[in-house]
Design a protein around this ligand. Structure first.
Ligand code: H79
Length: 444
């Protein structure tokens, strides 16, 4: 019996690598996290030489689907010839996102700025011949959008980095500590370049899993970044020495461990541009996933993959624009709210105003007309369809006069007030939300 339990636990940890524990104190970082908590939506951008052949970012050579030399030869095809950073920033704005995160360097080691450390940059090694990040950071800031830097800690191309292909490494740190020290200086030097050049509002680290916090010098790195900018936000992939949790692709069913969290997700099946991948998530799917994230107190970081020339494929633009339309219409139910009431009271996502006197119910677009809320121990003063203005009435069902248990709230939602994606109802309550969480016994 015991053996079965152990095997089960191992299988589970294979599917879900153990998430790092938060090693920063939520109380100490609360203030700087406020804009992030209010922002709800970010746009992730994976842009790099992998868009030339349209293959997996870095993983394609790591997993030996292509030789490292052929992978790096893509540098000759990265032109950025139609790159319009203002248009990118305008699209991010139109989606309703309050922040964007762009790859400054992926696991392949190719920098998108003009690093002084080597020739592996869009500035020195590609026909684009320039730092493509500066104009985008500038454009974001002009649009008042927070600007984040994705930065891969590991660098499979750097000759003094241990890891290389999935089944081969260059050396062991224990055997060649000086060689590792050389890499530490290199990666921290590049990080300092990004820090001083762009002063990111947010650092999105990736690739921490190949080494320990000690090996990365995680506390030193965190100190360097926060000394430079005390308000910069760091994701949890600095072996736990960050500020928020980053479930990737896998949708949480319960709230993740860190106080703040963000679901990062591709718009099709891949992070970078891949022409054969047309498995676009629909606006409805993206919107319902987004609603689910904010209902659980999180953010969504939705990824797009531009082509090597800097154009953003039309289906990606379409999803962002539809999402933006819906965000604009439902602005007050989303931005500046907090996560909603616990599961079980309402069969769908919810959010609350910060003073919790307004409850927002997110309904799928095709509800047949009646929705129900359970265990709401408040008087409902008013119900409005967000972005539509229609007022709705409600009926209390099953309230026993002498029992403290609240009745069920039934709300009829006519078809003509419903949104094509998700209809949102605003319930104004008499006081901060109060929930009955009991088992329904006679004494409550
Ligand atoms: O940039 C995108 C991806 O390229 C990168 N992160 C997003 C944002 C990424 N892809 N996969 N991962 C990060 C996590 C990979 C985890 C694994 Fe493993 C590495 C699975 C197998 C090797 C760690 C080591 C977990 C299991 C073994």
């Amino acid at each position: 019996m015991k053996r079965i339990v152990v095997a089960g636990a191992m299988a589970l940890s294979f599917i879900m690598p153990v998430q790092a524990q938060q090693k920063t104190n939520p109380e100490e970082i609360k203030q700087k996290m406020q804009w992030f908590a209010d922002a709800k939506l970010g746009i992730f951008i994976h842009w790099g030489i992998y868009a030339v052949k349209g293959i997996d970012e870095s993983w394609s050579f790591h997993n030996k689907k292509i030789s490292h030399a052929d992978y790096m030869a893509q540098m000759k095809g990265f032109t950025a010839s139609k790159y319009d950073p203002q248009a990118w920033a305008a699209l991010v704005k139109e989606s309703g996102a309050r922040y964007a995160v762009i790859t400054t360097k992926h696991h392949d080691g190719v920098a998108l700025w003009d690093t002084k450390f080597n020739k592996l940059s869009t500035a020195r090694g590609t026909p684009a011949k320039r730092d493509v990040l500066t104009p985008f950071f500038d454009a974001l800031r002009k649009e008042n959008i927070k600007a984040g830097a994705y930065f891969s800690l590991l660098d499979w191309t750097y000759p003094d980095y241990p890891g290389f292909l999935k089944d081969s490494t260059r050396y062991k740190i224990s055997e060649q500590p000086k060689r590792w020290a050389k890499f530490q200086q290199f990666y921290q030097g590049q990080m300092a370049e990004v820090m001083t050049r762009f002063n990111p509002d947010l650092w999105w680290f990736d690739g921490d899993w190949e080494h320990s916090a000690d090996e990365w010098q995680a506390t030193k790195v965190r100190k360097m970044l926060t000394d430079h900018n005390p308000n910069t936000i760091i994701n949890g992939r600095l072996t736990g020495y960050g500020d928020y949790d980053t479930p990737e692709q896998n949708f949480p069913v319960q709230r993740p461990q860190f106080h703040w969290w963000e679901l990062c997700m591709t718009i099709n099946n891949n992070w970078g541009y891949q022409p054969q991948d047309t498995n676009w998530k629909t606006p409805y799917e993206v919107i319902t996933i987004f609603a689910d994230a904010i209902s659980n107190g999180g953010n969504m970081l939705l990824d797009i993959g531009p082509k090597e020339d800097g154009t953003i494929p039309e289906p990606q633009v379409h999803v962002l624009k539809e999402l933006g339309k819906w965000n604009k219409k439902h602005d007050k139910a989303i931005f500046g709210t907090v996560g909603g009431i616990p599961q079980g009271h309402f069969y769908g996502p919810t959010t609350l105003s910060k003073d919790s006197t307004t409850l927002y119910l997110f309904l799928p677009g095709n509800v047949s007309g009646k929705v129900m809320v359970k265990g709401l121990d408040n008087k409902i003063e008013d119900i409005t369809v967000v972005g539509n203005g229609a007022k709705l009435s409600h009926k209390i069902v099953g309230k026993i006069s002498w029992s403290p248990v609240p009745g069920l709230v039934y709300i009829t939602v006519p078809a003509n007030v419903q949104d094509e994606y998700m209809t949102v109802l605003e319930l104004k309550l008499d006081k901060p939300v109060k929930l009955y969480r009991g088992k329904g016994g006679l004494n409550g």
